[in-house]
Design a protein around this ligand. Structure first.
Ligand SMILES: [Zn+2]
Ligand SMILES: [Zn+2]
Length: 281
């Protein structure tokens, strides 16, 4: 099959690699129909090279059609349409019993002090071949894959693999009081989701901050107030002024790791430290 492989810093290539096959009774093989590129993939592209080896298959946001299941997988059958979450969790250990799937004790990479194994994400997370490929072997398929309806385009479901629940969790943790104000720093994909989910879950106002005109415009189209940080000398001050001199009730930092090296990232961090947000409690 063809798969996107890591070859070195800033060097990824589509190569022919062996087709995956069932190795454990709890495995499934999924034929990938769509797979997203994540902001986290930039870490692999740039800085996490020491934990990759040439030929590693990338990708952790896939969906597709079940081709084959092991004898231990009873909840899926060939032909099912599934989204594959990026965490690989067993569903039955101490952590999974508490819904802390990212810390699954069955798949966690204890030698590296990390949580659950992840698809396509370095030796720190198990060196599991990823989903930017024609086929994917899914370990612990008796638990992980989410069955979705056969109807609708892949884009309707694909984001359940990572960024939609990532954003949902951020909004839940931010815990904006009903009718309160939520500020979202960074309006990339996760920030856009956070802003809309914030409104969906009952924030009275959502204020999004970014410096990319298209991102600000997209947020405004969905009822989000915006601040263009490139036009402001005092971002925290502007945000506080915008909310009656008190600032927002809750803040989400969705700026992203690499971007924190930039001026806007520093501004966001500074602002997040200054405003009276509930995350600081
Ligand atoms: Zn991701
Ligand atoms: Zn587990």
């Amino acid at each position: 099959m063809k798969a996107l492989t890591w070859q070195g810093r800033r060097d990824v290539r589509v190569e022919d690699v062996p087709d995956p096959r069932i190795e454990e009774p709890t495995d499934a093989i999924v034929r990938i129909t769509s797979t997203a590129i994540c902001g986290s993939d930039l870490h692999l592209y740039e800085v996490l090279g020491p934990y990759l080896k040439p030929g590693d298959v990338l990708g952790h946001e896939p969906m597709g059609i079940v081709e084959e299941v092991g004898t231990g997988v009873t909840r899926l059958k060939p032909g099912d349409r599934v989204v594959v979450p990026f965490n690989i969790a067993c569903g039955s250990c101490w952590m999974c019993d508490r819904q802390l799937y990212a810390q699954c004790e069955t798949t966690q990479v204890t030698a590296e002090g990390k949580g659950a194994a992840l698809f396509g994400y370095t030796s720190l997370h198990g060196s599991v071949p990823g989903g930017q490929a024609e086929y994917l072997r899914v370990p612990h398929a008796q638990f992980g894959p989410i069955k979705v309806p056969q109807t609708g385009p892949d884009e309707r479901w694909l984001y359940l693999s990572d960024i939609l629940p990532t954003a949902w969790q951020a909004v839940k943790y931010a815990d904006t009081p009903p009718g309160g104000t939520l500020a979202v720093f960074g309006l990339g994909p996760v920030g856009q989701f956070c802003a809309r989910i914030g409104r969906h879950l009952g924030a009275g106002r959502v204020i999004g901050l970014d410096l990319v005109p298209e991102r600000l415009e997209m947020a405004r189209r969905h009822g989000v107030e915006t601040l263009d940080v490139s036009q402001l000398d005092d971002v925290p001050g502007a945000l506080i002024d915008l909310v009656d001199g008190r600032g927002p009730d809750a803040v989400i930092d969705a700026v992203g790791m690499e971007a924190h090296g930039s001026t806007s990232g520093k501004l966001a961090q500074t602002a997040a430290g200054l405003v009276p947000d509930r995350l600081a409690d």
